[in-house]
Design a binder for this molecule. Structure first.
Ligand code: KG4
Ligand code: ZN
Length: 335
């Protein structure tokens, strides 16, 4: 079965063709990151306009690179939630148009479900149930994946997402948007024990995260040093920050795995590209005997292939939509 996946929830316009939820035939993407960099973050209005300009060409490219036409496609999957509403609407409207004109099923896909499904593309043996740490620019969740379309949220952030915290800390250190990758890189040159940063815990919710205090601590360090005329060793601050975030993410995830009796841990979302997180989780899983899966770096960020992969399983589960489908800015993964 061939699924066309369309993604436009944030700053990448992407489309892909995937066979049976597992084999990527094409994965086309038009990134707007360079343009948003000027403003230090995603400007929603610009994002919507760029999606509208790019989407037709990106979908054409996905079909031609897969060597297929719309007639060969069995379903049109699209990210409909959560994300920037104007950005989502472009993908949803385009997918509805394709579905209406071809008579193919329209498949609504939740963005975080698709991040998880990126793993199915790289790991043929991976099947639910497993425990997944989903960490992106907008979300940080520990999710029990009971089946391809059944989820239970075990833990979540109470404030900033991990990626957001990375980007804000990086920005305070003068790195361009999105700063996560640059911070990760500089962290390798620093001493992770140089700065002691807070490790906030959420009282009574052992699997929840709170990252805003950590972000504030980094900003305060920088301001403090500036006021006193001292210099901050940025590599050391990056290394200490990465070490702290990794400890929080890994600590809560392995505690949840232990308590619910999971034997497989999966990483997903943009922040799953982080080298500290990957190494930290690998060490923790090796210690405790958990199997660990993570997407290849090329599939950690937003892409169309992950939407097509999850779309395949949603279609098998009977989840299709009609022309009433709308974009939704905020929606739990369980819905
Ligand atoms: O999943 P994603 O592409 O978009 C959302 O759904 O939000 O995630 C983007 C986030 C950004 O905050 C970006 O800085 C972060 O993922 N990110 C990283 C790394 N690569 C991407 N954060 C830390 N280390 C990285 N290597
Ligand atoms: Zn994403």
């Amino acid at each position: 079965m061939l699924i066309l996946g369309i993604e436009s929830s944030c700053d990448e316009t992407a489309a892909a063709v995937v066979e049976d939820g597992r084999r990527v035939l094409s994965n086309a993407i038009a990134s707007q990151v360079e343009e948003h960099r000027k403003y230090g973050g995603v400007v929603p209005e610009i994002a919507s306009r760029r999606h509208a300009e790019a989407i037709s060409g990106v979908v054409d490219r996905a079909l031609s690179e897969a060597g297929v036409t719309l007639a060969d496609i069995d379903g049109i999957a699209v990210t409909y939630a959560p994300g920037l509403i104007g950005a989502l609407l472009v993908g949803v409207s385009f997918a509805k148009g394709l579905a209406l004109s071809t008579g193919k099923p329209l498949i609504p896909v939740h963005h975080l479900r698709s991040h998880i499904a990126a793993n199915y593309l790289a790991h043929p043996d991976l099947q639910p149930p497993f425990l997944c740490l989903v960490v992106s620019g907008g979300h940080s969740h520990i999710v029990r994946v009971e089946d391809y379309t059944r989820f239970e949220v075990i833990g979540r952030t109470r404030d900033d997402a991990a990626g957001e915290c990375y980007d804000k800390a990086a920005r305070a250190m003068g790195m361009p948007y999105p700063g996560g990758v640059a911070l990760d890189k500089l962290a390798h040159e620093g001493d992770p024990t140089a700065y002691v940063l807070p490790r906030p815990r959420v009282e009574g919710s052992p699997y929840d995260f709170s990252f805003s205090g950590l972000k504030t601590a980094v900003i305060n360090r920088l301001h403090n040093a500036e006021q006193k005329g001292e210099t901050v060793n940025k590599a050391d601050l990056c290394a200490s920050f990465q070490h702290t975030v990794t400890e929080l993410l890994v600590g809560n995830t392995v505690a949840a795995a232990r308590d619910i009796g999971a034997d497989t841990i999966v990483l997903a979302g943009g922040v799953s590209a982080n080298s500290g997180l990957r190494a930290g989780m690998e060490a923790a899983c090796a210690d405790r005997g958990y199997r660990l899966y993570a997407p290849p770096l090329s599939l950690c960020g937003d892409n169309g292939a992950m939407v097509a992969a999850q779309g395949y399983y949603e279609l098998l589960g009977g989840r299709t939509a009609g022309m009433e489908l709308n974009a939704v800015a905020s929606l739990p993964i369980t819905e």
